[in-house]
Design a protein around this ligand. Structure first.
Ligand code: THU
Length: 128
């Protein structure tokens, strides 16, 4: 596994752009592709609360729009440390079983948890 520190730094940095006036819970995510590219996303909330989009899904959609679909890892930064929600687990799982998912506490970046996409979503849904 390559050095994931730049990926974690990118998640911490983009978290500062979060639009989370309703929950006040800012999240940043950064996804690493197999060619070494990094794409980022933050959570974006709405006055119609259910429309909120998570940081993880925004990072992945950004990568997809750039033509990248092979993901090695995704870092998630929040405080306290947040593991991805169920919808985001399914969204990540779509792109592979062995994507490394690293959650980091933005207030204490040495505090981390790491899983594979499959471990976060056993028997995840696929159309195949
Ligand atoms: N959120 C994320 O962006 N990612 C997660 O993994 C957990 C939750 C966002 C959604 C919402 O804007 C806020 O955090 C509180 O739920």
């Amino acid at each position: 596994m390559q050095n994931l520190e730049p990926l974690i730094d990118a998640a911490l940095k983009v978290r500062q752009q979060a639009y989370a006036p309703y929950s006040n819970f800012s999240v940043g995510a950064a996804v690493l592709t197999d060619d070494g590219s990094i794409f980022t996303g933050c959570n974006v909330e709405n006055a119609s609360y259910g429309l909120a989009i998570c940081a993880e899904r925004n990072a992945i959609t950004s990568a997809i729009a750039a033509g990248k679909q092979n993901f090695v890892a995704i870092a998630v930064a929040a405080t306290p440390l947040a593991s991805p929600c169920g919808a985001c687990r399914q969204f990540i799982f779509e792109f592979g079983d062995d994507i490394q998912v690293i959650s980091v506490d933005a207030a204490d970046p040495a505090s981390r948890k790491q899983w594979t996409s499959k471990a976060l979503l056993p028997d995840g849904f696929r159309l195949d």
